[in-house]
Structures are given as C-alpha cells and as structure tokens.
Design a protein around this ligand. Structure first.
Ligand code: PGA
Length: 239
C-alpha cells in the first residue's frame, strides 16, 4: 500500500462499560493508526469524557430518518450532537437479525453523510454463498444496492466482513483476503473519486492482525470480540 496509515475500529456490540473505557484510556497512546471505538449508544457520552481525544467515537447504527415517530430509533443528527464522527452501517448482525436490506443501508448511509458522519458500511458473504463460489457476486450486489447511489464525491469507509468469520475464530486465508479486497477496491474506485479505505473484519485479533493488515488493499481492521480485552485491543492498535 502507498501509505502506512491504517484504521482500527472497535465494534463493542452490546457489550462494554465505563469501567472498560477507563481501563482503555489509561493504556492507549497515540500512534500512527487511526483508532475508532464504537460503544453502545448509552456509553457515547462517557466515551467523549473518558477516552483520550485522539480516539474517534463511532456509533453502531443510525436511523434512516431524521426525526419523528420512530420509537427506539436514534438519528444521525442526534449522534452528531454527541461528538460521534463515524457510524457502522449494515453490520451483518443488523442485516440478519433486524432484516436490514441494501436499500435500508443505502438510506442510512445517506442519512449519516447528511449529518457529516463517516459511514462504515459493512459487506460480506455467508458461508453458503462462499461455498457456492458467489462471494464476489454477493459483494457486488451489496455495493450496488447500498453505495452506488451515493454521491461519488463523498468519503465513506467499507468493512469487508465475511459473515462466517465473525465471532468464529475463522478467517479467510491471505490470498482470499487479497483477492476480495482488490475486487472491492476496484469496484469502489469505479464509482468514488476519493480512495475508499476497505477494512477487514471477522475474528481479527492480536495474533493475526499484523499479517492481515499488511495484505494489499487492507486499509485497517474492524474488530469485535478482541476489542473488549484491553491487552488484545492495545496490541491490535499498535500492529
Ligand atoms: P469479531 O466481530 O471480531 O468478534 O469476529 C467482528 C464484527 O462483528 O464486526
């Protein structure tokens, strides 16, 4: 890759506490990597006060709507008021458990951009899609459905997360990651003017992070489970 600047994003999912945040803040030192922590909504205020200022704060979801009768939803503009700079959109758990379609993901991405947040749009194939050799086709379809209508001047981040690798301890091999990332980068390059970072996510940890992050076209990592353990996450941030 041309530059060594990588993005390390932590997806805490429905986990974490102020105590964990305090622990992290004591040990995290500014390094050349860009660090983004995405805690649950209820910890966003604490993230702002407890985490060192070089760490950026992300949310894990936002509504496609700006305001109105949508009980339980939180809009991108509300997140922006909380000093949030990034938001995960279309994580596979949202796609599967909350039935989010590519069209919904497109609308959420648009809402995030409108509120000046950087969306981290997640894409990835399931195990059966992989076994049927449909990985690239699925990724194309997800990109077409969620990103093709976004203004090419905008800056977004994409996270490639094979669904079968999330929380399983399994990861694709180096060549597979190389091939998929090249494919995604090329496709995004045909649409967007800026260079779009493509993160890898799915069982990234302190042991495999250096190897994965050094693969061509991997712009960083989206880390779930390993981002909840202080020594693991600090090692990943430093890799
Ligand atoms: P994992 O999760 O690192 O625990 O596999 C990644 C994610 O869900 O974003």
């Amino acid at each position: 890759m041309k530059n060594n600047h990588k993005i390390i994003a932590a997806n805490w999912k429905m986990n974490g506490s102020e105590e964990l945040m305090n622990e992290f803040s004591k040990f995290m030192l500014a390094k050349h990597n860009e660090i983004i922590i995405c805690p649950p909504f209820t910890l966003l205020d604490s993230a702002k006060t407890l985490l060192p200022s070089f760490i950026k704060i992300g949310a894990q979801n936002c509504s496609e709507e700006d305001k109105g009768p949508f009980t339980g939803e939180i809009s991108a503009s509300m997140l922006q008021e909380k000093s949030v700079s990034h938001v995960l959109i279309g994580h596979s758990e949202r796609r599967t458990l909350f039935k989010e379609t590519d069209d919904v993901i497109f609308k959420k991405t648009k809402a995030a951009i409108k509120s000046k947040l950087t969306p981290i749009v997640c894409i990835g194939e399931t195990l059966s899609e992989k076994k049927a050799n449909k990985t690239l086709q699925v990724l194309d379809c997800q990109i077409d459905g969620s990103l093709a209508k976004i203004n090419p001047h905008e800056q977004v981040i994409v996270a490639y997360e094979p669904v079968w690798a999330i929380g399983t301890g399994l990861t694709p091999d180096e060549n597979e990651i190389k091939e998929t990332h090249l494919h995604i980068k090329t496709k995004l390059g045909q649409h967007f003017n800026a260079d779009i970072p493509v993160l890898y996510g799915g069982s990234a940890n302190a042991k495999n992070c250096s190897q994965i992050i050094s693969i061509d076209n991997v712009g960083g990592l989206l880390v779930g489970g390993a981002s909840l353990t202080k020594h693991e996450f600090i090692a990943i941030c430093n890799c």
